[in-house]
Each structure stands twice: as structure tokens, then as C-alpha cells.
Design a protein around this ligand. Structure first.
Ligand SMILES: *Cc1c(COP(=O)(O)O)cnc(C)c1O
Length: 362
């Protein structure tokens, strides 16, 4: 054993991220509702652009991502110079931690916040600080109370995962204005497109110099397998992140498919409308089975059971019928299961199976 060879402090505290399961042993007809994927898939134009890009694979990709940044800027009404693209929004979150937090620095995330915030904070050698939520909603007062002169980053997802809850712009405004001067607020807008008329926090990026927004092609654009995300921030921040970014962090197929996807605003609008319709139906039907959930603003609902045992039993019952949900005990929610809003047939299958589960126990 070469005990002298050790990773930097913090690395061994990382619990590797586990993606949603996609298979059940012995069951063929499986529906995966564990990773918040878009059941309708990507835009047809994105698929075509991806295939076409295969003709140029001997060439290095664009290093400045100009065409994709300009398409994003046009569709969202933003400044292309202050957009950075990455391999999923995860890569942008990693750049933020690398760029702004190190040993001795604190990175705030909330009680039920997305797992990657803690992982990237530890990866950078910083100290993650978990702040309580109030009934599964981000608590701005608690975040401000937890800030110290070592706080460098504050991560919140809005809408949040796995709770699906959201805080309003007054609360975001109070948070951004109340942070210590050395702290940057990161608004993770992975589910922003599911909220009609919501800019994901872009307005705060425009009006302040301490707010960054991250977005992804993995959710409403139906391109989780492609790995593209982006960030929008003040010039001084984007300049830092670009120094950390590898020159060819995105391949030509990624760039061209994402560009076609962002331009297809009709596809996004259709997916948003279908999600809202099916989410309301699913939440209502589960409530009638005594499985409540908070009003969700995203493409999943967090179904609550009476205790951990019941949630685990329901999860096992649904799995045996080929329905894969996401247990969220690791997010401090042992009595809940996260259910991605699938297509209509999947939603019906979930409700039918939960009804059977309930009947069996009565
Ligand atoms: C899915 C998700 C992301 C997106 O990750 P990608 O790396 O872009 O696939 C980011 N934040 C949250 C909260 C998510 O749920």
C-alpha cells in the first residue's frame, strides 16, 4: 500500500451521485420515471441536426460556441457574450465551485437541495453548509442567517428538485440583496421552462452583479443523453468560468443538436402544456388515493406517504410492476417518492398501481 498517495481533503467525503434506475431485473415492460426525462423526447429538428453533424466528425468543434450562444441569446432575449455552454449544467456548477470556492470557504445549499452542489463544493476543497427548508420550500431567512464572511456560493434550484416547489421573485430579490459582498447567488433553472412566462432568474442577472443562472437541455428539451447546459452571468463571472472551461468541452453533435433544440420553441411550448395537464391529473388522482404532494412547478411530483416504510413498500410494489420511481431518502425525504410526469399512459399506469398498492393494504 502506498499510503502516502492520498486525494485532497474532502474528496473522500463525496458520496458518488447515483442516477435514476432504468431497469428492473426480471421485468420487461418498464417505464422509467426516475430521472425527470421528457417523455416526448427531443425536437425532430434536434435529432436531424445531430445525425447531420456526423459528416463533420473529423473536424474539431467550435471552441467559442458562438452559434449556440447566439441562438440561446436570441430565443431568451439575452446577451450572447455573457453565456457559457457546458457538458450539462453540471459542468457549469463545477466551474462555479472551482472558480469561487476552495479550502476554508463555505458553499450553501438547502436541506433538500440538488446533490451536485455538495459534490462539487467538496471536489473544490470547500465546506458545504446545509440550510433547513420550511415545509420543503427554500427558506431565504434561514439562508441569510447561515451566511458568514466565508460564504462564497449559494445554490438554489427554482423550481427545486426533488421538491418541485418554487420561491417568488420578491424572495429571490431579498436573498440576492442580503448576501455578503463576497458571495455569489446561483439560480439553477433546470426546470425553468416548465413555468409559463418565467425567465429562470435572467432578470436578476441583468440587474445585479452577484447572480448567475444555469440552464439545461436535459429536461424540457429532452436531451439528457446529449449533455448540454449553459450559464448566464455578469461579465466578470463568465470570464472566470471561461478560463476553467476546456476549449473543446462540447462536441459538434452536441452544439448542433442543442442549437436546433433551442430554436424549436413550438416543441418546448407543447411539452410545457402537456406536462402541466398530466401533472395536474396525476397529482389529483394520487391525492384521491391519500397520497398528497406539494403543488409542483416542474416535470415531477414529490408524492408523500405516511412514513418511510410505506414509501419503500410502495416503491417496491411499483417496481415489481415495471414502474421505476425515485426514492429520495438521500435528500432527507425518506417518506416520499419522486415521480416524473410521463406520457398519459405512464401516468395512468402509476395511478393504477398505487391504487392496487393501497387496496392490498386495506
Ligand atoms: C436535472 C438537473 C440539472 C441538470 O443537469 P444536467 O447536467 O444539465 O443534465 C441541474 N440541476 C437540477 C436541480 C436538476 O434537477
Amino acid at each position: 500500500m502506498r499510503n502516502a498517495i492520498r486525494p485532497r481533503p474532502g474528496i473522500l467525503d463525496i458520496q458518488p451521485y447515483r442516477g435514476g434506475d432504468s431497469q428492473v431485473e426480471g421485468v420487461d415492460d418498464v417505464v422509467k420515471l426516475s430521472s425527470n426525462e421528457n417523455p416526448f423526447g427531443p425536437s425532430e429538428a434536434a435529432r436531424e441536426a445531430f445525425v447531420k453533424s456526423g459528416h463533420a466528425l473529423h473536424r474539431y468543434p467550435s471552441s467559442d460556441h458562438r452559434a449556440l450562444r447566439e441562438a440561446i441569446a436570441r430565443v431568451h432575449g439575452l446577451d450572447a457574450e455573457r453565456i457559457i455552454c457546458g457538458a450539462g449544467s453540471d459542468e457549469i456548477l463545477a466551474f462555479l465551485c472551482q472558480g469561487y470556492a476552495g479550502p476554508g470557504d463555505e458553499v450553501i445549499h438547502t436541506e433538500h437541495g440538488f446533490a451536485m452542489y455538495r459534490i462539487y463544493a467538496l471536489g473544490a476543497g470547500a465546506t458545504p453548509v446545509e440550510v433547513p427548508e420550511r415545509n420543503r420550500v427554500v427558506d431565504v431567512g434561514a439562508i441569510l442567517a447561515a451566511c458568514t464572511d466565508r460564504t462564497r456560493l449559494v445554490f438554489i434550484a427554482n423550481p427545486a428538485n426533488p421538491t418541485g416547489t418554487m420561491i417568488g421573485s420578491d424572495e429571490i430579490s431579498r436573498l440576492a440583496a442580503g448576501l455578503p459582498e463576497q458571495a455569489l447567488l446561483v439560480l439553477d433553472g433546470a426546470y425553468a421552462e416548465y413555468v409559463e412566462g418565467f425567465d429562470g432568474g435572467a432578470g436578476f442577472v441583468e440587474s445585479r452583479d452577484n447572480v448567475v443562472m444555469t440552464r439545461t437541455f436535459s429536461k424540457i428539451h429532452g436531451l439528457g443523453g446529449l449533455r448540454v447546459g449553459w450559464g448566464y452571468g455578469p461579465a466578470h463571472v463568465i470570464e472566470v468560468l471561461n478560463r476553467l472551461r476546456g476549449p473543446f468541452n462540447l462536441s459538434t453533435p452536441q452544439l448542433q443538436a442543442a442549437e436546433a433544440a433551442v430554436r424549436d420553441t413550438d416543441h418546448v411550448a407543447r411539452c410545457r402544456a402537456e406536462n402541466a395537464r398530466l401533472r395536474a391529473w396525476l397529482a389529483g388522482a394520487l391525492k384521491e388515493l391519500d397520497v398528497p404532494s406539494d403543488p409542483s412547478h416542474a416535470n415531477f411530483i414529490l408524492a408523500r406517504f405516511s412514513d418511510r416504510q410505506e414509501a419503500e413498500a410502495c416503491n417496491a410494489f411499483l417496481r415489481s410492476r415495471g414502474i421505476i420511481l425515485r426514492p429520495v431518502a438521500g435528500y432527507g425525504l425518506p417518506a416520499a417518492l419522486r415521480i416524473t410526469v410521463g406520457d398519459e399512459a405512464s401516468c395512468r399506469r402509476v395511478v393504477h398501481a398505487v391504487a392496487q398498492f393501497r387496496g392490498k393494504r386495506k
